[in-house]
Design a protein around this ligand. Structure first.
Ligand SMILES: [Zn+2]
Length: 342
């Protein structure tokens, strides 16, 4: 299977992170890339550098004002006397029905959901190349490859059309789905990350052409808290095209695979022409987030089960944090999916 990744994706190196109010090192570290690259190579992937696709495929799912913010906010922030080294919001609108602010501080609060996605001078380029990896993987599939893997880092599924959050800036899975829509009339996104794919849900919430399905730790007491509940089903023409499967904390392989079967029923009923897998590996039992308890062989079974859908598939890397097994978990998923044979 072809895998796509560019060195520029490693430059973003966020420092700040608050967990339950306490300052911690940011877990979305560049070292993740080394583990994931090793995992992809072990699964028999060939690594290719994506092309520069400019802003077209990214602006297909994000607003112009948000992309302008992401590109320029770091420089603007540095002009503020006494500003932090990274862009971190300290004020948010309680609802988004107010005015669009002109100031850098106001815009940071408007476009950033939390403190987990600090922006440095390298963030924009890393996020762009990450998205371009998703574009090339999707184009490989539209050109006839049965599957391709996008080693996207920074990840994307918490990014809405105009809001960053949870380590995410550009929604790579949404970008891939939109590229697939050039040739596919219906696309399904299956998000198996530990956390609900709230940004992806938000981007397609009103649309019937992209089905969004997410399996994740129950957000009733877990990030992203405000989204990911079973009663969020879509809106307007998108009603019925969003499907959430929250799982009890510490759910292990059997419960995850059982929920996956429920997800497959919905996906088969939708009859998509192509699939995006938002592949978080943080549902792993040894992941620092500790939300679910999927094992390494469990990821292999998840990959195998998804492959049986028989759909052209773009696998987009989402979460999965530093632990000894991170690379092995990717190898397990890709091998289960058929990485050695495709
Ligand atoms: Zn996650």
């Amino acid at each position: 299977m072809k895998a796509f990744y560019a060195e520029e994706q490693k430059r973003h190196d966020p420092k700040a992170f608050l967990s339950s109010g306490a300052a911690q090192p940011n877990p979305e570290k560049p070292e993740r890339v080394e583990r994931l690259l090793a995992g992809a190579l072990s699964a028999g992937c060939t690594i290719e550098r994506p092309r520069d696709h400019e802003l077209g495929p990214v602006s297909a799912v994000h607003t112009p004002e948000y992309l302008d913010f992401l590109e320029h906010i770091y420089t603007r922030w540095q002009r503020i006397e006494g500003a932090s080294a990274e862009v971190i919001p300290n004020i948010h609108p309680i609802a988004r029905n107010g005015s669009y602010p002109a100031s850098a501080v106001g815009q940071a609060g408007y476009h950033m959901a939390d403190t987990a996605c600090p922006i440095s001078g390298e963030t924009w380029q890393s996020a762009l190349w990450s998205a371009w990896s998703a574009v090339d993987a999707a184009e490989a599939v539209t050109s006839g490859a049965p599957a391709a893997y996008a080693l996207c880092r920074p990840p994307g599924h918490h990014a809405f059309a105009d809001v960053a959050g949870g380590f995410c800036f550009i929604n790579n899975s949404a970008v891939a789905a939109q590229v697939l829509r050039r040739t596919a009339s219906r696309v399904a996104i299956l998000d198996v990350d530990l956390h609900h794919g709230n940004g992806t849900q938000g981007i397609f919430y009103m649309r019937p052409d992209v089905l969004t399905v997410s399996l994740h730790a129950d957000p009733v007491r877990f990030y992203p808290f405000f989204w990911g509940h079973a009663d969020e089903r879509g809106e307007g023409p998108g009603l019925g095209y969003n499907f959430n499967l929250p799982l009890p904390r510490k759910s292990a392989d059997a419960a995850f695979l059982a929920a996956l079967e429920v997800a497959f029923q919905r996906i088969r009923a939708f009859s998509p022409d192509a699939l995006v897998v938002a592949l978080g590996l943080d549902a792993f039992e040894g992941d620092p987030f500790g939300g679910l308890s999927v094992s390494t062989p469990g990821f292999s079974r998840i990959g195998e089960a998804i492959a049986k859908l028989g759909l052209p598939t773009v696998i987009v890397q989402e979460g999965g944090y530093l632990c000894d097994e991170l690379g092995d978990n990717l190898t397990a998923f890709l091998t289960g999916f058929g990485g050695k044979t495709r």
